[in-house]
Design a protein around this ligand. Structure first.
Ligand SMILES: Cc1ncc(COP(=O)(O)O)c(C=O)c1O
Length: 391
């Protein structure tokens, strides 16, 4: 269930100003917060090179902010490459991590300048034969994670015992496999699966060298670093400590890279929506917001997320309430069986931790416009929607 915090109405001023200026619904992307997340994760995982998983929040200001800080980018589609082009992001600093690609996807990425690709099966390997002098491949290994609803090893990744077969096949095709990758699952509650995967990959790297003399030089430890939604989570230093210990056991020549998405972008964006209508149904007051499950709150469906919410009221009395989205579908309900002070039409509701897998998966069902993303505190001036704030 969503946690509802009630703040005094004077605290709504900033959001009201933003809505006056840009309309409602809005997503406010704070680039300084994004930069802060990047710096915090960099400190928690020293020596690891980050490739931001664009899919979490594919927005120009996010790209620009992270590019300015020296991050690389994890791309999975030609659309994501186009986004990088608009921000003149460095092509050399990209890895293509989609394990299943069309030839056009490979060509687009090569044309852009990306030379590292992920594969997890023989058919995918064979797609690179014509480009063998231009690419280095990472073999994605599957490490299922029962401790997260977002288990990214179900759909992709080969078994551990298949790695050497793939590497032999690659060698016979003249292809260069430079390392391994895994994704331990998204929003992991602890780092046990990262540690397990690192240890298993260390064994595989060792075995490959002993059996074929092939020296693998890259380990991509994926994403999965958690943020706090409704449940308390361990702080990022505690989460990463065992990961760092496991990484120390790897040979020195191994370059460690990671593909964080959620940890960087989720805390950097807030959703601002307005009450567009209300109705009394049974004991509950229903509030119809101008954003919902088909819009910015799509992560409640696709991403198994539940977002903390803030409403603004000076009224002490509370009543049973439902916060619903604007579309005609009954599943479009953000929060039910909640108790809160009454709201009026036009009042504002703010959603927190809404920068990852929210706008990225929103739709225009019923032809409701998607929430406009307004970037604040941007590091550079070549994107639209620039708002400088002295908060
Ligand atoms: C290949 C790959 N890399 C990175 C990520 C980012 O994961 P997270 O947002 O959990 O950090 C994902 C998420 O789907 C992914 O599929």
């Amino acid at each position: 269930m969503n946690r509802i915090t009630v703040e005094p109405t004077e605290k709504a001023e900033f959001y009201q100003q933003m809505v006056q200026q840009h309309g409602s619904p809005l997503l406010i992307l704070d680039c300084e917060k994004l930069a802060h997340q990047f710096k915090t994760l960099s400190k928690a995982l020293p020596g690891v090179q980050f490739f931001y998983a664009i899919k979490a929040l594919p927005h120009p200001a996010a790209i620009k902010t992270l590019d300015t800080l020296g991050a690389g980018f994890d791309i999975a589609t030609s659309g994501e490459i186009e986004l990088l082009r608009t921000q003149s992001a460095r092509a050399r600093q990209t890895i293509h991590t989609h394990p299943i690609k069309r030839d056009d996807d490979i060509r687009d990425a090569l044309r852009f300048g990306c030379t590292t690709f992920v594969i997890d099966n023989v058919w995918e390997l064979e797609k690179f034969v014509d480009y063998r002098h231009r690419v280095g491949l990472l073999v994605r290994v599957s490490f299922p994670n029962p401790n997260t609803p977002i288990d990214l090893s179900r759909k992709f990744g080969c078994r551990e015992d298949e790695v050497s077969i793939l590497i032999q096949k690659a060698q016979s095709l003249g292809l260069h496999v430079k390392g391994l990758s895994f994704h331990a699952g998204s929003q992991c509650t602890n780092s046990d699966n990262h540690v397990h995967a690192i240890k298993q990959c260390a064994k595989i790297i060792d075995d490959v060298y002993n059996n074929s003399g092939k020296l693998l030089s890259v380990l991509d430890i994926g994403g999965g670093f958690p943020v706090e939604y409704m449940q308390e989570i361990m702080d990022i230093e505690s989460f990463c400590r065992p990961v760092n210990e496991a990484l120390k056991q790897l040979p020195d020549h191994i370059q460690i890279i990671a593909e964080p998405g959620r940890y960087l972008s989720a805390p950097a964006m807030k959703a601002v929506s307005s009450v567009m209508g209300k109705a009394k149904r049974g004991d509950a007051c229903w509030y119809y917001l101008d954003d919902g499950i088909y819009g910015s709150y799509s992560g409640q469906l696709f991403d198994h997320a539940t977002y903390p919410l803030t409403i603004f009221s000076d009224i002490k009395e509370t009543e049973e309430a439902v916060l619903a989205g604007p579309t005609c579908d009954s599943i479009d309900v953000i929060a039910e069986q909640i108790t809160m002070p009454p709201l009026s039409i036009g009042d504002i509701v703010v959603g927190h931790q809404m920068g990852a897998y929210t706008s990225a998966t929103s739709t225009e069902f019923n032809l409701f416009d998607k929430a406009k993303i307004v970037a604040i505190n941007q590091p550079a001036l070549n994107t639209e929607n620039i708002v400088r704030l002295n908060k």
